[in-house]
Design a protein around this ligand. Structure first.
Ligand code: ADP
Ligand code: GN1
Ligand code: MG
Length: 369
C-alpha cells in the first residue's frame, strides 16, 4: 500500500472508537465489492486486529439504510447466540461505532467506512479444501436463515433493489448488448447466445414467488463460501459475514449461490473451462447440510426447486458478469484483461453441466427430503 493511502486510512481510523496506536493497514480478502483492509493496532494487552471497509457507495446507494440493516440483523443474531450459550463476539459480526456513536464514517471526499472486530482463529475459504468444510458452511447458512426467521422483515431496507430479480437482470443485459458501448459484443457472441437460449428460465422462480408457491424469507443473498468463517480449531462454520445483501429473498437463492461457487470443480475465474463441472459429491454434502440447518422449515416446493435455484443463480451470475463486461467493468472488481468474460464463461459451463446432471441433482434432493 502507498504511504499516502496508509496516511489517509490512518486518519479515517482515528474517527472510530478504538483505543490504541495503528501499526499497519493492509489490503485484505478477495471480495468483489468493497475495499477491505486489515488493521493492526497496538494495545496495552498486545496487538489487536480489525477489519476496515470502504463501502462501495456506487452499488449501495444508501449507506445509512445499509448500516441500519446490518446493525439490526447483528443485534438480533447476538441475542439468539447468547440465549443458546454461544460466543457472540465470534459468531456474528460486530460493528465498531465511531467516536460520534455513528455506525460508519463519511470522509470529506464522500467515501464511507465501517469497522468490524476481526474474527480471530477462523478462515474464509476461496475454494473447498475439505468436503466437510462445505457441509459445515451449508449448516451455517441454513442456520442463519432459521435464526432470522422471526426477524421483522418489513424493517429491512432493500439495499440493492431487485437483487435476484433474474428477469430484470435479463432486460439490463439485453440493453447492454443493444447499446454495445465498449464495442465488446463481437467478442462475446457465444456467451450472448447462451443467455438468449435460456430466456425461458429467467422468470421461473419469481413467477412462483408471485403466485405464493415460494415464500419470501429473510435471506443472505450472497452465500459464497468466502462469506463464511470456519473455526481453525474445530472446523465448524462459526460466523456468516458480508451482510450487505441481507434482505427478503428466496431460500433457493441462498442454496443456489453456494452451489454455484463451492460445488464448482474450478475457480470462478478459471480460464480453462474444461475444468468446470458440478461436483455431485459436494452438491450432496451441501444439500444435506442446508436442509439440516434450515431445521425442517423448507416447504415441499422449496425443496423441489433447490436444483433450479442452483441453476438460476449460476445463470444469473454469469449474465451479470457478461453485462458488466459489455458495460466496461463498472461493477465487479477486475484484476486482469477480460476478467468478467472469463468469469461469465465458467458460470455458463457450470449451467451446462448442471443441465446434464439434472436427474441426479433432483434425486439427491429426494434422498434428503
Ligand atoms: P465483499 O463485499 O467485498 O465481498 P466482505 O465483507 O465479504 O467484502 O469481506 C471481504 C473478506 O474480508 C471476507 O471474505 C473475509 O475474508 C474478510 N473479512 C470480512 N469481515 C471480516 C471479519 N469481521 N473478520 C475476519 N475477516 C473478515
Ligand atoms: C459479489 O461481495 P462478494 O464478492 O461476496 C456479488 C455477488 C456475486 C459475487 C460473484 C453485492 O459478492 O452478488 O454473486 O460477487 N455481491 C454483490 O462472485 O453484488
Ligand atoms: Mg464477500
Amino acid at each position: 500500500m502507498e504511504t499516502a493511502d496508509f496516511e489517509i486510512l490512518k486518519k479515517v481510523i482515528e474517527n472510530f472508537n478504538i483505543a490504541g496506536k495503528v501499526l499497519s493497514v493492509e489490503n485484505y480478502g478477495s471480495g468483489h465489492i468493497n475495499d477491505t483492509y486489515l488493521v493492526v493496532e497496538e494495545q496495552p494487552e498486545g496487538k489487536k486486529r480489525y477489519i476496515l471497509q470502504r463501502m462501495n457507495t456506487d452499488i449501495f446507494l444508501n449507506t445509512e439504510e445499509l448500516m441500519e440493516n446490518i446493525t439490526g440483523v447483528t443485534h438480533h443474531l447476538e441475542e439468539k447466540i447468547k440465549k443458546r450459550g454461544g460466543d457472540p463476539m465470534r459468531e456474528t459480526l460486530h460493528v465498531i461505532p465511531t467516536k460520534d456513536k455513528a455506525f460508519y464514517f463519511r470522509d470529506v471526499d464522500g467515501s464511507c467506512y465501517r469497522m468490524y472486530t476481526f474474527i480471530e482463529d477462523a478462515t474464509s475459504f476461496d475454494a473447498v479444501k475439505k468436503p466437510e468444510d462445505f457441509y459445515e458452511s451449508a449448516v451455517a447458512f441454513g442456520n442463519f436463515q432459521s435464526l432470522l426467521a422471526d426477524y421483522p422483515a418489513e424493517t429491512l431496507h432493500e439495499t440493492i433493489p431487485d437483487f435476484h430479480n433474474t428477469g430484470k437482470r435479463f432486460r439490463t443485459f439485453l440493453k447492454a448488448v443493444q447499446e454495445n458501448d465498449q464495442g465488446r459484443v463481437m467478442k462475446a457472441q457465444q456467451e450472448i447466445s447462451f443467455v438468449m437460449n435460456h430466456e425461458a428460465d429467467m422468470t421461473v422462480l419469481t413467477d412462483m414467488q408471485k403466485k405464493g408457491e415460494l415464500p419470501l424469507r429473510v435471506t443472505h443473498n450472497d452465500t459464497k463460501l468466502n462469506n463464511i468463517m470456519l473455526d481453525n480449531r474445530t472446523g465448524k462454520a462459526i460466523c456468516v459475514i458480508d451482510l450487505d445483501t441481507v434482505m427478503p429473498g428466496l431460500s433457493v437463492y441462498d442454496f443456489g449461490d453456494s452451489i454455484r461457487f463451492g460445488a464448482n470443480t474450478a475457480a470462478e475465474d478459471e480460464e480453462d473451462v474444461s475444468k468446470v463441472s458440478l461436483d455431485l459429491n459436494l452438491y450432496e454434502m451441501y444439500v444435506k447440510g442446508y436442509i439440516e440447518g434450515c431445521k425442517g422449515s423448507l416447504t415441499k416446493n422449496e425443496l423441489k426447486m433447490l436444483p433450479m435455484g442452483a441453476k438460476i443463480m449460476t445463470l444469473e451470475c454469469g449474465m451479470r458478469f457478461l453485462t458488466d463486461y459489455l458495460e466496461g467493468d463498472v461493477y465487479f472488481k477486475v484484476h486482469k484483461k477480460d476478467h468478467n468474460l472469463i468469469r461469465c464463461r465458467t458460470q455458463f459451463a457450470l449451467v451446462a453441466d448442471m443441465e446434464k446432471k439434472w436427474s441426479e441433482m433432483e434425486a439427491i434432493i429426494r434422498k434428503y427430503s
